[in-house]
Design a protein around this ligand. Structure first.
Ligand code: GRG
Length: 310
């Protein structure tokens, strides 16, 4: 596809994925299984809705939907998986914003969940989103094949848990108070876990739903890993450039806190060069899927992630 047309089509599909995710999340939260009407945790439900509706780029849902589309999978299976992943992403933001972690007042241009509600409710809202995500994926409504559902649950648990996002967050927090800073290799591993794992899951999920061949699944994983690394470097660059108002944090905050950033380790120019090399790597990996022009939109997504300003 020609470059300008591809960029336009990408925006259209990102917007469509965001709209579809918003409506589906709204419906899922409105119909969350509860034992009855006698004791509804209404404040918790309200906080879960506040934390997950009405904001965000919905990049992860877009990646699930578009990677599933590569294999001709469209509809409920991809959308429900996309919503589950977004619930986990939203939970991580709610917990990351808590005073015990990043202590942020603003997220997606609004007060953070613990500011809008209270800390205990924010913790529970995160917990509620995390557990409901697995409920949604494991539900037969997501896919009729129990093997597919189990593969999704396992991949999502690995991406979100100890060896993924939660473990990466723990390593990042430990680095803030450690006697010696993380090495480049350690920083890359920590970032791959903390932010890369959920992005990688997004495209792995498309392969699972689409019954990708082993070679295609491997290529998608390579794409997801390169995209995740590019996403994180772009975040570090935004922080260093002082362009982070839209991220809801003060410029240079991460570096100042002793957080391991690639800009701190490599310098701005080398970080930018690395980001661009990762976009090329992501694009090359897509070619390896053998799915031809169908992957153009995902290549555009890698460029978007690297160039993002928020
Ligand atoms: C608290 C278990 C736990 C984990 C937190 C991912 C993470 C781990 C914290 C997020 C902190 C943060 C702001 C990291 C920078 C990268 C990032 C994940 C940014 C937010 O993702 P976007 O840009 O956000 O996709 P939107 O709002 O568009 O969904």
């Amino acid at each position: 596809m020609e470059a300008a047309a591809c960029a336009e089509e990408f925006r259209r599909r990102l917007d469509a994925a965001a709209d579809a995710t918003e409506s589906a999340l709204d419906a899922l939260l409105a119909t969350a299984p509860l034992p009855g009407e006698i004791a509804r945790p209404t404040r918790l439900l309200e906080a879960m809705r506040y934390s997950s509706l009405g904001g965000g780029k919905r990049l992860r849902p877009f990646l699930v939907i578009e990677s599933a589309r590569l294999f001709g999978v469209v509809g409920e299976a991809a959308l429900r998986t996309a919503c589950a992943l977004e619930m986990i992403h939203c939970y991580s933001l709610v917990h990351d914003d808590l005073p015990a972690m990043d202590d942020d007042d603003l997220r997606r241009g609004r007060p953070t969940t613990h500011k809008a509600f209270d800390e205990a409710t924010a913790i529970l809202a995160g917990d509620g989103l995390l557990t409901y995500a697995f409920d949604v994926v494991a539900d037969p409504k997501t896919h009729p094949d129990a093997g597919v559902r189990a593969a999704l649950v396992l991949a999502l648990a690995r991406a979100a848990g100890l060896g993924g996002m939660v473990g990466g967050q723990a390593l990042d927090l430990a680095a803030e108070t450690a006697a010696t800073p993380l090495t480049l290799e350690e920083t890359l591993q920590m970032q791959a876990m903390k932010t890369g794992a959920l992005l990688r899951f997004a495209v792995d999920a498309g392969g699972i739903l689409g019954a990708a061949s082993v070679a295609q699944a491997r290529a998608l994983t390579r794409y997801g890993e390169a995209l995740g690394a590019a996403f994180q470097i772009a975040d570090d660059i935004l922080d260093a450039e002082g362009d982070s108002a839209a991220l809801g944090k003060r410029a240079g905050k991460d570096a100042e806190r002793g957080k391991a950033t690639l800009v701190g380790l490599l310098g701005l120019d080398a970080a930018r060069a690395r980001r661009d090399a990762l976009v090329a790597e992501a694009t090359a990996a897509l070619r390896e899927t053998g799915l031809g022009e169908g992957t153009d939109i995902l290549a555009e997504a890698a460029r978007f992630v690297a160039a993002r300003r928020n």
